[in-house]
Design a protein around this ligand. Structure first.
Ligand SMILES: Cc1cc2nc3c(=O)[nH]c(=O)nc-3n(C[C@H](O)[C@H](O)[C@H](O)COP(=O)(O)OP(=O)(O)OC[C@H]3O[C@@H](n4cnc5c(N)ncnc54)[C@H](O)[C@@H]3O)c2cc1C
Ligand SMILES: Cc1cc2nc3c(=O)[nH]c(=O)nc-3n(C[C@H](O)[C@H](O)[C@H](O)COP(=O)(O)O)c2cc1C
Ligand code: SF4
Length: 648
């Protein structure tokens, strides 16, 4: 049979192994491991899921070769911890049993090691070593790494490689990018040494080359070694692509695959992790450039998730393989779906950074659109339904749709009624915003998933007690969502006011000067969108800061976009709306007019309690999910919808 994406699904020989296709999982750490640095069954299940979904290679990530000096995060896999081997072996086996190559990423954090790396408010007084002495912004003092220590670490890399090979891993991924130890040595901005490890480009590359030699000596010839490099550092004094190409040429004979990412440790998070505001595939040009200068296969990374785009990248010879991070959290089965030519079923990553923000906030790994992430292990034991039930779901937003899909998969008879003429709930509010198109696509993917799982979807159908009575479900799931809060200020009903929920309605007219009332994430994103369309946009917020509801990874990116495009006014309360614009009061009660043609009202949502309460006694068992309980985000709606269905 002819495959839709023949190049993406052609094997690739790397060292002594064959990749079954060209889709590699990016290294993504699983934080819920033991404090000693041992992998847990939960961690093994996290990595296993991507193998099960069809990725050719699945690496475990950031295995630290010398824990005392090199932990890049407060919790890492520590290869020198006494009892790390069994967890490694279990995880390697879990990956391999699905036909994926089990790889292990080796790393050392260098000057950015230490617990305060994650939480900058902590000032842990461990001694840190980098290529050169330094003082970090948070006051941490970095010592120049003595040569004896460099030699010791080279040995540690070799020992680490030998250990993971012994555990059953079939490939090494050497992390020489993202600003960790090896990149610090290669970086002219960080490395000011005068010995053989500093100065010329060759000297700055020396540590990486010695580490590769130590790894090769430990694993033997042909054992595949992949190196991950950053194409650029994106900070003052940092190296650029031409230096990265030289590095690639120097390592070419010592590695079997070169993965080209970009970025450094400080200040380039949004370069390494391409946000929703930039097109997908924005880093491929780096890898394509490197490929022109080396013999070994080259892999590209960077917000890739569209099989058509990935096929083109490989078919055109730009690179030999693609590496996917967030795309495989959102949908670990992306490779399998693409292989079968069912790409429209792929659930796309929203680039919302919930996965990374949640780790900062609670230490958990989750995904906004995949309720299984972080719960892979327990999901292996999801209860089977004892007897199929008739389930009626009121509301076709993310909570209702996810609940319907999970319930139908478990064998229940599911009817989903949506009052509006289309699915998506509050997500429909975003359909005109170009950088939110993955959200819009999410609606159609979920609609297709419902069709494929046999959910009976009834659009334009309001669930009322009478309708419930006629359908007679065993379980009624209320997922009716929320409605916008309209502040009771004079003029709020004027024609120059648009509620943020209606921003994407075709009939909505927006003027040139816009003031957004409410500086939460929704208001900020609306302002960015309107500014990108060429309007003068101002955000007004009562609190001292804006986008405070955005997660810790997304917020700095939003603030940066706002700084470039939008006027932000905090500490101002909107008091009335006139034909001229929004009148605000500061803390002292002084009034100021912010001239505007249109005022966007984005002050939040409130649950549709009257609808919920009207339905509460209409079926034997009633469950409430999503924004109708408490307005939150897709993450919570999806999660709650899924688990409510597991409870049935
Ligand atoms: C403008 C805006 C932008 C947002 N942007 C983001 C974002 O970028 N990222 C993010 O994570 N979250 C975002 N959110 C929040 C997110 O959309 C919600 O948390 C999520 O949609 C809640 O899902 P839900 O299914 O509970 O409710 P909803 O999405 O509100 O869906 C409820 C559905 O129930 C239907 N309904 C109501 N009554 C009945 C009835 N009686 N019978 C049948 N159907 C009924 C409604 O028509 C609606 O379609 C945004 C919210 C808004 C308002
Ligand atoms: C949840 C998460 C965890 C990550 N953990 C690691 C890690 O442990 N080691 C690493 O080298 N990169 C890590 N990264 C970076 C990814 O490997 C990848 O470079 C980045 O996500 C860009 O790829 P993407 O656009 O396909 O997501 C992580 C990324 C994410 C989203
Ligand atoms: S949490 Fe958001 S950014 Fe992370 S993988 Fe899921 S959808 Fe993508």
């Amino acid at each position: 049979m002819e495959r839709k994406f023949p190049h993406l699904f052609s094997p690739l020989r790397v060292g002594n192994v064959y990749f079954k296709n060209r889709i590699l999982s990016a290294p993504m750490a699983y934080p819920d491991i033991t404090p000693e640095g041992y992998l847990t069954p939960e961690a093994a299940a996290f990595f296993e899921l991507r193998a099960r979904g069809g990725a050719a290679v699945v690496p475990i990530s950031e295995c630290i070769v010398h824990a005392e000096t090199g932990k890049s995060h407060n919790i890492n896999i520590c290869l020198d911890a006494p009892n790390v081997l069994p967890g490694l072996a279990i995880t390697a086996s879990a990956i391999k049993r699905h036909g994926a190559i089990a790889s292990a990423e080796l790393n050392h954090g260098g000057k950015y090691s230490g617990a305060d790396n994650i939480d900058k408010s902590k000032n842990v007084k461990n001694i840190r070593y980098g290529p050169s002495a330094d003082v970090l912004d948070n006051g941490a003092v970095i010592q120049e790494m003595p040569r004896e220590m460099i030699h010791m670490l080279v040995e540690q890399y070799g020992k680490g490689a030998a250990l993971v090979k012994k555990a059953g891993f079939e490939m090494i991924l050497l992390h020489a990018g993202h600003g960790w130890l090896l990149q610090q040595f290669f970086s002219p901005a960080h490395n000011r040494r005068t010995d053989e490890y500093g100065g010329s480009l060759e000297n700055r590359a020396r540590l990486t080359l010695e580490v590769l030699d130590a790894i090769r000596a430990a694993v033997g010839p042909d054992f595949p070694i992949e190196i991950r490099i950053s194409a650029e550092e994106h900070h003052e004094g940092g190296y650029t692509l031409s230096d990265a190409i030289e590095l690639a040429k120097l390592v070419d004979d010592k590695v079997d695959l070169i993965q080209v990412s970009t970025g450094s440790h400080e200040g380039s998070f949004d370069k390494t992790h391409q946000p929703m505001f930039v097109p997908r595939g924005g880093l491929v040009h780096y890898a394509a450039e490197v490929k022109k200068h080396v013999k070994k296969p080259v892999a590209a990374i960077g917000a890739l998730n569209d099989p058509y785009m990935m096929e083109e990248i490989i078919a055109s010879g730009k690179v030999d393989a693609v590496v996917l991070g967030r795309a495989l959290l959102a949908d670990p089965y992306l490779p399998q779906k693409a292989m079968m030519g069912r790409e429209e079923e792929i659930v796309h990553c929203l680039r919302c950074f919930t996965c990374m923000g949640e780790r900062m906030a609670t230490g958990l790994r989750i995904c906004a659109v995949n309720p299984i992430i972080g719960r892979e292990y327990e999901s292996n034991f999801a209860p089977a339904p004892t007897e199929p039930k008739k389930v009626l779901i009121a509301g076709g937003g993310p909570a209702g749709m996810q609940c319907a899909i999970t319930a139908a998969r478990r064998g229940h008879e599911v009817i989903l009624c949506e009052k509006a003429g289309e699915l998506g709930g509050a997500l429909r509010c975003e359909r005109a915003i170009p950088f939110k198109q993955d959200l819009v696509r999410y609606i159609s993917t979920k609609a297709l998933e419902m069709k494929n799982t046999g959910v009976d979807v009834r659009l334009g159908t309001e669930v009322t007690p009478e309708l419930v009575e006629s359908i007679k479900p065993d379980v009624l799931v209320i997922a009716v969502g929320a409605e916008p809060i309209i502040p009771p200020i004079p003029g709020i009903d004027s024609p120059n006011v648009v509620v943020a929920n209606n921003l994407s309605d075709p009939e909505t007219k927006i003027g040139q000067r816009v003031v957004v009332l409410g500086g939460g994430q929704v208001g900020c994103e609306a302002a960015i969108h309107l500014a990108q369309e060429g309007r003068d946009a101002t955000v007004v917020e009562m609190l001292p800061g804006v986008a405070v509801d955005a997660n810790g990874r997304q917020r700095p990116i939003l603030l940066d976009m706002l700084k470039k495009l939008v006027t932000v006014k905090t500490g101002l309360k909107g008091t009335r709306i006139t034909d001229e614009g929004l009148v605000c009061a500061d803390k002292s009660g002084n009034e100021v007019l912010l001239p505007a043609d249109t005022i966007i009202c984005a002050v939040g949502q409130k649950p549709l309690r009257s609808v919920v309460e009207g339905l509460l006694n209409s079926a034997p068992r009633v469950v409430e999910v999503g924004d109708c309980v408490k307005p939150q985000r897709i993450t919570e709606a999806t999660f709650r919808g899924h688990y409510a269905a597991l409870d049935i």
